[in-house]
Design a protein around this ligand. Structure first.
Ligand SMILES: [Mg+2]
Length: 377
């Protein structure tokens, strides 16, 4: 079997509900879809993404450079293909190239599942047939109130979620504490996760550690700037609450630094940002070596397959307004039911996009120029 074609298209779509966290206000998610065809008529569909910026660069890197390295290869040799793509793009650092490689790599894994006739989670080892999910909201607007937050949590609980993630990181920590006290009162202990999106300095985080520990949170996510290994290690030594991070990392070597420094409890590598399924598996295995669970960031429908394949899976993130299903992109929605998600039994990743919905948000990369005004605070 030989790869004969690689196509990459850019799709720009606003979240199904507005996203705002402590450091960013999101305009759009930029998905790059990769379709790989072969001489044996097997096909694979890959997906990768960026938030707000970089979709055109990812699409161009695949279309202009990486696709040529893949054509003629046997897609079953996914490790060899990944190494070739990584080696060839290494001068770009780690970031856009990892995200571009991910698009191709996910397509190859989808294709392999279809070739072998098994769903992806079984191809990855078949650790479980379903996984627990938490609901994850991205809502920290200045106008949000504690009452509105409590109403939303009631709604999540009514849908069967008993684990919830909320954003904090207002300039006024007392306002964060009001949210946290109200939310933790509505949930079992260790069932509220909080995400700072890198808002705090180490000194701020340490001064707030006692308050945070008293709330019995499930984890504190990205409290500090994402590359601060020593800072997270130092903070972790002063907290009884676990730390979660990894969504902003782009390679297993970056994750390894946090693990060896004792700076992380839950590894949240994102399958698209880390370089695809081939690299995500290595990260999961590395985390397992440190006896740490994985809880991948976003990409709900794909992360579901990964978690059901990984022995050290923790929980699936279902981002409000962000799953392919909620964005209306799927021909067959994949929903979390009563706080539990079950992957499709279709061969491959089982994510079947609706062609008309994809077409409706497809953009010509040239048209993106001058349309972006920035969302960082
Ligand atoms: Mg996060």
């Amino acid at each position: 079997m030989k790869i004969t074609g690689v196509e990459a298209s850019l799709h720009r779509i606003a979240p199904a509900s507005p996203w705002e966290d402590a450091t960013n206000r999101v305009q759009a998610i930029e998905f790059v879809l990769v379709r790989i065809t072969t001489d044996s008529r097997h096909e694979g569909v890959g997906i990768t993404y960026s938030v707000d910026v970089g979709g055109t660069a990812i699409q161009a890197l695949i279309a202009d450079y990486l696709s040529g390295l893949v054509i003629g290869e046997d897609p079953l040799d996914h490790e060899r293909i990944w190494e070739r793509l990584h080696r060839q793009s290494r001068r770009l650092g780690a970031g856009v190239n990892s995200m571009a490689i991910a698009g191709i790599d996910v397509a190859i894994w989808d294709l392999m599942g279809k070739f072998y006739g098994v769903p992806l989670h079984r191809l990855l080892g078949g650790s479980r047939s379903s996984v627990k999910a938490y609901i994850s909201e991205i809502k920290l607007s200045p106008s949000d109130t504690v009452e509105a937050l409590c109403e939303r949590i009631e709604g999540y609980r009514a849908r069967g979620f008993d684990h919830v993630k909320i954003k904090i990181g207002y300039d006024d920590f007392e306002r964060d504490l009001e949210r946290l006290r109200a939310a933790t009162a509505m949930l079992p202990p260790r069932s509220l996760f909080v995400d700072l999106n890198q808002k705090w300095l180490l000194s701020e985080a340490i001064s707030r550690a006692g308050d945070l520990d008293s709330l019995k949170l499930g984890w504190i996510e990205e409290p500090l700037v994402h590359h601060d290994v020593a800072g997270h290690a130092s903070l972790r030594r002063q907290l009884r609450t676990p730390l979660a991070l990894g969504e902003s990392l782009h390679s297993r070597s970056q994750v390894l630094q946090f693990l060896t420094a004792g700076a992380v409890d839950y590894v949240q590598a994102d399958v698209a940002f880390i370089g695809g399924i081939t690299e995500w598996r290595r990260v999961a295995a590395t985390a397992a070596s440190f006896n740490k669970p994985v809880a991948p960031h976003y990409m709900m429908e794909l992360s579901l397959q990964l978690l059901c394949g990984a022995p050290n899976a923790f929980m699936l993130e279902d981002v409000v307004g962000g799953s392919f299903s909620e964005l209306g992109l799927l021909a067959e929605p994949i929903a979390v039911s009563n706080g539990v998600a079950t992957p499709s039994d279709l061969p491959g990743h089982g994510i079947v996009f609706d062609p008309a919905a994809l077409e409706a948000c497809r953009v010509d990369p040239a048209s993106v120029r001058s349309s972006f005004s920035g969302g960082s605070k």
